[in-house]
Design a protein around this ligand. Structure first.
Ligand SMILES: C[S@@+](CC[C@H](N)C(=O)[O-])C[C@H]1O[C@@H](n2cnc3c(N)ncnc32)[C@H](O)[C@@H]1O
Length: 592
């Protein structure tokens, strides 16, 4: 850019436009990018010279336009927009004051030049204070705009904690924020506890964000995430004081080695038909951070890190990972494209009268070709359990929750942290109780989005009838089998969309409670309207995306005809995923 300013074209522009130093920088950038693109069209300055010796024709390059991707407001990138606005409000800034000239970067055809606009934007910035945390667990900071002195930029700093003073590298620009890598922490946040980190890949891999926080702090942050979600997506409920205080987040009994499913993957390098070298097998890298100096080389430097153990996965999955990596070392040449390897824990209730090996079934095998397993004891229910690691998506596996056994295919949805499930299912069961019920009054339960019947089965005692609905026919057939295997006779399951449910419910609404446990995108308006028309006595809404939950609850109470007859009784998180930013939120509604 500076070269351009110095060169003779600039002297040509000068009489036609204000001096570059006088014009606002934003306009300056646009002019510069148009200089870069349209130099050949500027030649008319010297028409006579052109006639004498015509300049060679250079193909005119088209200006690239920034196309914003449409994001669901309740997705991480949608929520970030609310978080950016929050930060701007605190610092008395407008969106315009933190906007970046995306068009100049997109149309920077001299980006290899170290004076280019891209180099100016994508630079190292030292001594940046982290101001706040996003709900995705990243730090947010304000830095100076590198080309427009009156403006600022919002920087996303993964692994930055509020109060940290850091050095960061900006590597990607968006209209209202920039993405950065954390290079150094010059001054530590009072909440930073690097001594707690157990995982050698932490700070580099994308899977976990919170290992350097005490567990109490993690739970507190998740509570804050829930409160913020309702502030953003249920502003009317918040404004009218209709929300209860968010409860304390319920801890997971296991805080490491809890995940019962992991999916390491590898990519096929571009233009490679046969793999000559074993590619890294593991999980995605989160940028190119360098703040953990002693683990810089760990896992390599590809966008997929080579990962030989997972601190969050159960012991048997780590054994499976070792087995499958050994297998991959010799078999990688057989792959024609990248692939994901499923590692799913399978639990078998041991029949002590039989040989263990006869009961194992298929599973990941050790170097001697034997199925690997670990043995555990469930003291509360007086049984021994064996865990194996299944790699076949279609294989039927089992989970053991609170004395009940659940079967499902390894590739299908099932909750991922077995240790917290007895606590959650108990909480849901207790909150479904219809208040002031008399002993002889019947009670009914509807389990919308029931999967393979986890909540239906665990809540079936003390209820006259359970009706579950689920879109996956496979899951419904497992839900039916699971009810039968566990000796439960009062559960019926329907294959279909949740909205279909209301065609088949015949139970009296005054005596019926409803469980909602939809996927991340939440429920739709049609479903919420029908739910309000049905007018059940109680609703327990469980969600892995508290933002879509908050949106749905506001819609239900404020936009449906009978929604205003409900009160939000409680709202709290359950920590299904310790060491990560994720939180499962449970909201209980009762009729008033
Ligand atoms: C978060 S899972 C919950 C499953 C179950 N409650 C459990 O805890 O195991 C959401 C379930 O909703 C199902 N689902 C998605 N869209 C649906 C729809 N429109 N109607 C009914 N079920 C749906 C999915 O197949 C999935 O099993």
């Amino acid at each position: 850019m500076n070269n351009l300013i110095k060169n003779s074209f600039f002297t040509f522009i000068k009489p036609l436009t204000p001096s570059v130093t006088q014009i606002p920088t934003r306009l300056h950038l646009s002019i510069m990018s148009s200089i870069n693109n349209e130099i050949p069209t500027a030649t008319p300055i010297n028409k006579r010279a052109q006639e004498v010796s015509p300049l060679p024709k250079v193909k005119k390059q088209k200006l690239k336009r920034y196309k914003a991707k449409k994001a669901d407001p309740t997705s991480p990138s949608g929520v970030l927009q609310f978080e950016i606005d929050d930060l701007l409000k605190t610092h008395n800034l407008t969106r315009d004051e933190v906007s970046n000239d995306i068009s100049a970067i997109l149309n920077d055809f001299s980006r290899d030049d170290e004076n280019s606009i891209t180099h100016k934007y994508h630079r190292i910035v030292n001594d940046v204070e982290i101001l706040t945390l996003t709900s995705s667990g990243d730090g947010l900071a304000l830095i100076d705009n590198p080309v427009e002195q009156t403006k600022k930029q919002i920087a996303i700093v993964p692994f930055g904690l509020p109060g940290d003073v850091t050095n960061i590298r900006v590597f990607k620009t968006h209209p209202h924020y920039v993405e950065t890598d954390l290079l150094d922490v010059n001054k530590k946040s009072p909440i930073r506890r690097d001594d707690l980190i157990k995982d050698k890949y932490f700070g580099k891999a994308s899977g976990s964000q919170f290992e350097f926080l005490t567990y109490e702090k993690q739970l507190e942050i998740k509570k804050h995430t829930i409160t913020n979600a309702y502030k953003y997506f249920a502003p009317r409920l918040m404004g009218e004081g209709l929300l209860p205080t968010t409860g304390t987040t319920i801890a997971s009994p296991l805080q490491y080695n809890y995940r019962t499913k992991i999916t390491p993957h590898f990519d096929m390098p571009r233009k490679v038909k046969v793999l000559e070298e074993r590619p890294p097998l593991g999980f995605g890298q989160k940028g190119r951070p360098t703040w953990r100096k002693d683990t810089l080389e760990v896992g390599g430097h590809s966008s997929t890190l080579d990962i030989d153990s997972c601190a969050l996965a159960t012991d048997i999955l780590n054994t499976g990972l070792t087995n499958e990596r050994r297998k991959f070392n010799t078999e990688y040449k057989n792959y024609k494209k990248g692939a994901t390897i499923l590692l799913r824990e399978n639990t078998i209730v041991l029949d002590e009268s039989k040989d263990i090996k006869e009961q194992l079934g298929e599973g990941s095998r050790d170097e001697n070709g034997e199925v690997s397993y670990v043995e555990l004891e469930d003291k509360e229910h007086g049984v021994k359990l064996i865990k194996t690691c299944v790699t076949n998506q279609r294989q039927i596996v089992a989970e053991y929750v609170d004395g009940y056994t659940f079967n499902f295919t390894a590739g299908e949805f099932f909750q991922n942290n077995n240790s917290i499930l007895p606590i959650v299912t108990k909480y849901v069961r207790e909150n479904l109780q219809i208040p002031n019920s008399k002993a002889d009054e019947p009670n009914y339960l509807v389990d919308a989005y029931c999967g393979s019947g986890l909540f239906s089965v665990c809540s079936s005692k003390g209820v006259d009838k359970v009706t579950g609905v689920e879109i996956s026919a496979d899951s419904v057939s497992f839900a039916e089998k699971n009810a039968k295997t566990n000796g439960i006779k009062n559960c019926d399951f329907i294959v279909g969309k949740a909205e279909k449910l209301f065609e088949s419910i015949s139970t009296p609404n005054d005596r019926t409670s409803v469980i909602l446990d939809p996927p991340r995108k939440g429920c739709d308006e049609v479903f919420m309207k029908q739910l309000a028309d049905y007018y059940p006595a109680r609703i327990v809404y469980i969600s892995c995306n508290v933002h879509s939950q908050a949106r749905d609850i506001e819609y239900f109470i404020k936009e449906t005809e009978k929604g205003s007859h409900y009160k939000i009784e409680s709202l709290r998180g359950f920590d299904f995923f310790p060491q990560t930013h994720h939180v499962e939120s449970v909201c209980v509604l009762s009729r008033v």
